[in-house]
Structures are given as C-alpha cells and as structure tokens.
Write a protein that binds this ligand. Structure first.
Ligand SMILES: [Mg+2]
Length: 395
C-alpha cells in the first residue's frame, strides 16, 4: 500500500526561538552559540545570517568575520526542549505515528489520517498554520511515500516551505540532483562516485547494481536502492521504541509533592545515577525521556531527541527540565518521577559534538569523570551535587 510520510523540519530552530522570545531580534542576523571571543562554534543561525555564508558548526570567529554586525546569543537548551515538546504535542494531533528525529525534526506517518484533510498537502498546510499560530514559528514540510524522499523534499524547499516528492515526480525533481545531495553520500563516497562518472542521482540509478556492489560492498546495493527513491524504513512512534536499549531511574516519593525545587533536586539525583551507568557502560545517549506520575496515578512520558550524543549530566538534566510539566505539577501533586536515556551508542566509536560553548562542556565532562572516579574509590555518597541537596535532606 502506498504510504504517506511527512518530514517536518523547523526553520533555523534555535535562532527562530530566540527571535520569537525577543521581537527586537526579528529580521536580523542572529547567531546562537559561543561568542567570537571564545573558541565557540555556531550552533544555529537565522536565515538573515545565512545570507552571509554563515552555517552551523562554523567557528564563531569566522562567523564574526563574515558578518561583523551579527548578534550573538547564548543558547538555552531547556527552553528549546520545552518548545520542541510543544511541537511534538501538536504533531501528535495529526497521527499517533510520530518519530522525533532530532530536537527540531520529526517524521509522521499520515497514511491513515490524511483523508480527514482531503489530501496530504492540506494536512501539511493545516499543521504548518497550527505551529505558526500557537508558537509563532515556521517550519518546512516534505511529503512523500517514504522517509528518504520526505526528508529530501523538505531539504529542497527551506524555509517555510511545503514540497512533495512523489514517485511520479522523481524524473523531474530527484534524478537531476547532484549526487552529494543523496542521503548517506558523504565526501568520500561522493569522490568515489564521481570517479565512476556518476554525477547525478539519475546516473547512480542507471549504474549497474552489480558493479556498485563490487566497489562499495553492501553499501552499493543500498546506494542503488536510494537512487531509485526506495526506502522502507518505518516511522517509529514512541511506544514502539520501548524495547530499545535504554537506561533509566525512577523514584516514588514518600509523600506526593508539588514542590518544584524539591522535584528538580530529585531529578538531578536521578540524572546523576543514569549518567554514572552511562559512563560505566561507555555509552552516549541521544534521547532523553521524562516520566511523571501524578497522585491520581495518571502517568505521562515525554521525550526529546537531541542533535548530538552526550553523557554530560548538565546537558541531560537541562533537557529533562525542558520536559518537566511545571504548570501541571503546581496544580497536581507528583507521586513518581523518572528519567531515562535511549538511542545509545558506544562512546568509544562515537564522537561527541557539543554545539553550545564547547569549552566549558568538555571541562564539565572531565569534571564528571573525576566525580565518578571519586565515587568508585570512596563510595557513592562521598561526593554529591549541591543542587541535589533539597532532595537528600528529606532522606
Ligand atoms: Mg531545522
């Protein structure tokens, strides 16, 4: 059966959130990340800044050189996570099959729900308008029969775009594209393909699959399928991800509580425990999940997928804070709180790229490693975080 998949990508997400919070920044070149004075890098930049050739992961010094009047703003992870969770809440109104791909991207399988909006394009328009009305943010939507083409469709039409890439449109829109635009084709593969005279996705599609396999092994078969626009990876919703490799800690309170200072200190204690396990197992995580059970036993789970892998306690804690439903907690007491991480990868083979203030995070990470060493040597309560004390005092 023909599937209908949407790829939602927020436009210059961090920069747009800053512009939404502070209207004085609208229409201006905004750079989110470390200032040029430090060894910082650009975590994100507004479309106004992109006109100067600035892009994410560029050094702040270079960005400052290209656009001296750019405005630098420090990132606020908790706030971005908070908005990201609100976006996911909106997306969930359109289909239960929503897969967050990063803090500002998600895939939706709307095969069974688009009829409510007559056609997929109408659903996408409705969704874009809803995000704009509720959060004053724009996004780009790609629509296609699979994830690969949906993502390609949105990439082609940023910002504030809406683009389809159906199978019957491949001839016009997909095959003429340069080979480096195909997902999974990095600089190395691009070079090798160009060496074989393959310049466009269409060239790759027409190249004998057998010959590709000789050059690229299993990857050759995969490349050939992608060049034909084929991909059958399903959109995984939250619930299906439950059995994924994950690490979590939760705690049932002795007495139900609405005290945010107390709950936050409990949260950092739990984060600490999760990070100890992550580091011991030499894993990095990309998704942070928060679980809250209220006194009426209603339980909610919220999660966010970050743009990079981490085992940093501050990053994970700040992410969890963005997911904490503070308003609801003030009116309903909490009975249990839990934090978990998933999408784990071995820390040995995966580089950690931190986009916010690189320097201080790597120092914090080293500090985290030292803390673990002390606990190994002198016991787990030999060193604790000051911010976890309100929780510890009660026990
Ligand atoms: Mg984006």
């Amino acid at each position: 059966m023909k599937r209908v998949i949407l790829h939602i990508d927020m436009d210059a997400f961090f920069a747009q959130v800053e512009q939404m919070k502070n209207p004085a920044l609208r229409g201006k070149p905004i750079i989110v990340g470390g200032d040029a004075g430090h060894r910082g890098v650009v975590a994100a930049c507004s479309y106004e800044a992109r006109r100067y050739g600035i892009h994410s992961a560029m050094s702040s010094t270079e960005a400052r050189r290209r656009c001296p009047h750019a405005i630098f703003v420090g990132g606020n992870l908790t706030n971005y996570v908070y908005i990201s969770a609100q976006i996911l809440d909106i997306l969930n109104n359109y289909t239960p099959i929503v897969e967050p791909a990063s803090i500002d991207e998600a895939y939706l399988d709307v095969t069974d729900s688009y009829q409510l909006y007559k056609n997929p394009k109408n659903l996408a328009k409705h969704l874009k308008q809803c995000i704009k009305n509720k959060l004053q943010l724009t996004c780009t939507v790609g629509i296609a029969e699979n994830k690969l083409l949906a993502k390609t469709a949105s990439d082609m039409n940023k910002p504030d775009g809406l683009n389809t890439l159906w199978m019957h449109e491949l001839e016009d829109k997909f095959f003429p594209m340069e080979i480096r635009k195909l997902r999974g084709v990095g600089p190395q593969t691009e070079k090798a393909l160009l060496g074989l005279g393959i310049k466009t996705i269409g060239d790759l599609k027409d190249y004998p699959e057998k010959k590709l396999s000789q050059h690229f092994g299993l990857h050759g078969e995969h490349l050939s399928r992608m060049a034909r626009g084929l991909s059958d990876t399903p959109v995984h919703s939250y619930d299906e991800m439950e059995d994924e490799k994950s690490m979590s800690h939760e705690h049932t309170l002795y007495e139900d509580s609405s005290d945010l200072i107390f709950l936050k200190s409990l949260l950092i204690t739990l984060t600490d425990k999760v990070v100890t396990r992550l580091k011991k197992a030499q894993f990095l995580a990309r998704t942070v999940r928060l679980k809250v059970r209220y006194s009426d036993f209603k339980t909610i789970t919220r999660e966010v997928t970050l743009n990079s892998m981490t085992d940093d306690v501050t990053t994970i804690y700040k992410t969890a804070l963005g997911l904490l439903p503070e308003k609801d907690i003030l009116t309903k007491k909490v009975r249990l709180i839990g934090i978990g991480v998933t999408k784990l990868h071995g820390s040995v083979e995966t580089p950690q790229i931190e986009l916010f203030d690189e320097d201080s995070i790597s120092k914090k990470r080293k500090c985290g490693d030292v803390v673990e060493d002390i606990r190994d040597k002198y016991g787990k309560f030999s060193i604790v975080r000051a911010s976890s004390l309100p929780y510890r005092w009660e026990h």
